[in-house]
Design a protein around this ligand. Structure first.
Ligand SMILES: Cc1cc2nc3c(=O)[nH]c(=O)nc-3n(C[C@H](O)[C@H](O)[C@H](O)COP(=O)(O)OP(=O)(O)OC[C@H]3O[C@@H](n4cnc5c(N)ncnc54)[C@H](O)[C@@H]3O)c2cc1C
Length: 260
């Protein structure tokens, strides 16, 4: 293993401390946290694995809270994927390179106003929202937090126990958390779940009906994370409804993060 190649001022070798397997190809893992490592909930880290030739680096959303003393990530194994073929077998005690800097702009402080924060995710795009919900910032900033997680099969609803626990135990006076789960390939969904893609649920009004809150330019602020096709199609739907992306100089109503 060409580990020396990775030992730069930019990155540090951390240790895997726990691995949780949700399904055969979905898992979360925790690592030690580099000393002084700073991030805002919603940001991502860059992780590196050494190979016999060149080291491989990939972006990973952090799912732990900014004040946890470890870093946690949620990953899928991509069949034949250069990085995840190595990552899928990690176990406690293994090393993983972590860039000392955190990245990304999909954070609750991107929005200067708004009453409701909608977090729309597909698959592992849930990751940054787990961190956002584990941190007090968004709970204080908004009146409603709406988490939408869309997967193919119900077994892919990772983190749901933790998320429903957050919903149940949220302190009085903070935002109300709404959790909407949709599994697109289940013929029968457990009561309360939806069964369409995010784009269909937006177009046919089912999503807003389920939550009981309309999406408006005045009060809705939206984050989109995961599959680029979902993001592109949703962006088009939001545009038609008058919502605009946040730009550096121009406040808008939504921010996006494509995973590939
Ligand atoms: C800002 C950012 C944050 C990211 N955060 C995460 C994260 O928290 N968890 C995570 O699993 N991945 C995340 N990714 C994707 C991750 O960086 C890698 O692309 C992924 O691990 C696959 O790497 P690979 O080398 O195994 O596959 P590659 O050989 O790079 O193959 C890439 C192909 O795999 C598919 N793919 C990549 N990522 C995913 C995914 N997450 N779900 C489904 N299909 C995918 C796409 O078809 C893509 O074309 C993120 C990407 C970005 C840009």
């Amino acid at each position: 293993m060409n580990t020396e190649a990775l030992a730069t001022d930019k990155a540090i070798r951390e240790t895997v401390i726990a691995v949780h397997r949700w399904t055969d190809d979905l898992f979360s893992f925790k690592t030690t946290r580099p000393q002084g490592y700073q991030f805002t909930a919603g940001q991502y880290a860059r992780l590196g694995l050494a190979t016999d030739s060149d080291p491989i680096w990939r972006a990973y959303s952090i799912t732990s809270a900014p004040d946890d003393d470890y870093l946690e990530y949620y990953s899928v194994t991509v069949p034949g994927g250069a990085f995840t073929t190595l990552l899928k077998d990690i176990k406690p005690g293994d090393g993983i390179w972590t860039e000392k800097q955190s990245y990304g702009f999909m954070t609750a402080d991107r929005f200067s106003d708004g009453d409701e924060l909608w977090m729309l995710s597909t698959g592992t795009g849930l990751g940054p929202f787990v961190s956002i919900l584990r941190d007090p910032m968004a709970w204080k900033k908004f009146r409603h937090l709406v988490l939408v997680h869309c997967v193919r099969h119900a077994k892919e609803f990772a983190y749901q126990d933790q998320l429903f626990a957050l919903q149940k135990n949220s302190p009085e006076g903070l935002a109300k958390l709404h959790i909407v789960q949709s599994a697109t390939r289940e013929t029968e969904n457990r009561s309360g779940r939806l069964s369409g893609r995010i784009t269909s649920l937006l177009e046919n009004g089912e999503l807003e009906k389920k939550v009981g809150i309309p999406i408006t330019t005045a009060s809705s602020r939206i984050m989109l994370c995961g599959n680029p096709e979902m993001i592109e199609d949703t962006r088009r739907i939001l545009h038609l409804r008058g919502l605009r992306p946040c730009r550096r100089a121009l406040p808008g109503q939504f921010v996006t993060e494509n995973y590939w």
